[in-house]
Design a binder for this molecule. Structure first.
Ligand code: SAH
Ligand code: SF4
Ligand code: F3S
Length: 484
């Protein structure tokens, strides 16, 4: 019965419908899709929507390029290495792509919002069926249909939507729901490609957000991750409802029954208001963690980056946050080698790192992005100096991260289980409320240590488990489940 419904939903796409029926007739099974996602969690959220759309018309999930009868690559443009890796993958798919219309192959994501990458695919990777920008994902079935009909790579400027509402979503995790609360970015940091690939800031309507969260909470997903390039700016584009800002939204989400933990990213320092700090300080369900990209500790570089805050303002925000929520963990992003960064600028970054002692940090070497202002100031001559600075910074941060983790040895923490560890089937992995990764030994019902028996543990994804921390590493903690 359900299969019939799926086929009926395909009536608007007769060529795709035929393709699916033929596949079924030939192989006796439904076709599989495989989506490979590069980049940030916004891309992951988009992939979950596209997976939902495909499952809704009868595709089953596959787990590799080889098993995908339909392959989608969701691309990222934030740095050159993400783009290079994508083209590497596309090159390797070529060998088994087959005739056009055999396997269906599509490319989506941020790279597809740029002419230069679309042109390259149209010229050199002609086995690709269709291209899709991030604002076109709700038209996925239409694009597949066109891709099957067209002899060359199909792309259209049209079929865009500001929001992706009322679409099926195939959530990849049972413990965490990704909820986009806004799309796009208005900030134009001078190094960043995102405003050009994702367009202007658009806040989703609060009713749509709340409804979606009520559904996932009712489904038993305990953790909510609110997503946006700058979540602190949520609601700023509403004309009428000025009191509806991000602090307000957080407090509304916290009221929803079944929501146990609320995470959010990313916070831009310039929009982190006192009201938001107070909210983070007063609502227990909100994670005691803020990801607050610093980018640089030099005022001269921050101005050239168009970040719109100074090092002094950043330090002040962090101390306010720590006062409001003692023990709050703070993570950050830092770019090394921004055009014109000199030694004193770099030392200013080190100085802020020493003053704040971040719990963790993502560190990046500046990567010029065509079309952004900073790319025109780029001087590739001093690569060795930049590499040296990068290594210095990573070493310092690793010391800080290890130190912060070591403070937890002997403490009890509540871990939301994310499943069996990817490196050891006898242990479980999960995260603390302040977003630290914990690998821990579970105990079975009668209290014996599963670890000593060397058998796979039960997957307890989505369960809150009390764990005693026994050791600390730079990027994770080790522990044992506490038996009461
Ligand atoms: N909207 C978020 C995340 C943007 S991308 C924010 O504003 O923080 C994630 C991180 O990638 C950025 O914080 C920045 O540190 C890094 N990044 C962005 N563009 C970059 C570039 N051209 N070169 C190197 N790192 C970059
Ligand atoms: Fe890029 Fe800046 Fe927007 Fe973040 S805030 S997405 S770094 S332009
Ligand atoms: Fe990459 Fe686009 Fe996200 S450039 S970081 S996938 S917004």
């Amino acid at each position: 019965m359900r299969e019939t419904n799926k086929i009926t939903a395909l009536d608007a796409y007769p060529v795709l419908k035929d393709w699916i029926c033929q596949h079924h007739a030939l192989n006796g099974v439904q076709p599989k899709y495989y989506i490979r996602t590069f980049g940030c969690q916004q891309n992951e959220a988009d992939s979950e929507i596209m997976a939902g759309i495909l499952e809704d018309v009868g595709f089953l999930p596959g787990d590799s390029y080889e098993t995908g009868d339909l392959i989608l690559i969701n691309t990222c443009s934030v740095r050159a290495n993400a783009e290079d890796r994508f083209f590497g993958h596309l090159g390797s798919i070529k060998q088994f792509a087959g005739e056009k219309g055999g396997r269906i192959i599509g490319v989506c994501g941020c790279m597809m919002a740029q002419d230069i990458h679309r042109n390259r695919i149209e010229q050199s990777f002609r086995f690709v069926d269709f291209l899709l920008r991030p604002d076109q994902i709700s038209s996925l079935l239409f694009m597949i249909e066109k891709g099957l009909i067209h002899k060359s790579v199909y792309y259209t400027e049209g079929h865009t939507s500001k929001f992706h509402e009322n679409l099926p979503i195939s959530r990849q995790r049972r413990y965490r729901a990704l909820i986009s609360i806004m799309y796009g970015c208005n900030n134009y940091c001078s190094y960043c490609i995102v405003p050009y690939t994702r367009g202007r800031e658009r806040s989703r309507h609060p009713n749509d957000i709340i409804q979606e969260i009520m559904h996932v909470a009712a489904d038993g997903i305990p953790e909510i991750l609110l997503l946006g390039q700058n979540v602190n700016a949520w609601g700023k584009d509403f004309k009428d409802h000025k009191q509806q800002n991000f602090a307000w939204l957080l407090s509304k989400v916290a009221e929803i029954e079944g929501v146990c933990r609320i995470r959010f990213m990313t916070s831009h320092p310039k929009d982190l208001s006192d009201q938001l700090i107070e909210t983070i300080g007063s609502i227990e369900k909100i994670e005691p963690h803020v990801h607050l990209p610093l980018q640089s500790g030099s005022n001269r570089i921050l101005a050239r980056m168009n970040r719109q805050y100074s090092r002094e303002q950043y330090l002040e925000i962090v101390s306010k946050l720590r006062r409001a929520r003692p023990g709050l963990s703070i993570s950050t992003d830092i770019i090394v080698g921004f055009p014109g960064e000199n030694l004193p600028d770099f030392m200013d970054t080190i100085d802020v790192m020493d003053k704040i002692r971040f719990d963790s940090a993502f560190t990046f070497i500046y990567s010029p992005r065509i079309g952004t202002p900073a790319a025109e100031w780029y001087n590739p001559l001093n690569r060795d100096i930049i590499q040296e600075r990068f290594e210095h910074l990573v070493k310092l941060q690793n010391e800080h991260s290890l130190n912060a983790n070591q403070k937890l040895i002997g403490h009890s923490v509540e871990v939301l289980c994310e499943g069996i560890s990817s490196v050891d089937i006898t242990i479980l992995s999960g995260r603390t409320a302040d977003n630290r990764l914990v690998n821990f030994i579970p105990r079975n019902m009668n209290g014996t240590n599963v670890f000593s028996k060397q058998i796979p543990v039960d997957d307890r994804e989505g369960e809150f488990i009390p764990v005693r921390i026994t050791d600390a590493k730079t990027f994770s903690l080790l522990g044992e489940e506490i038996c009461h």
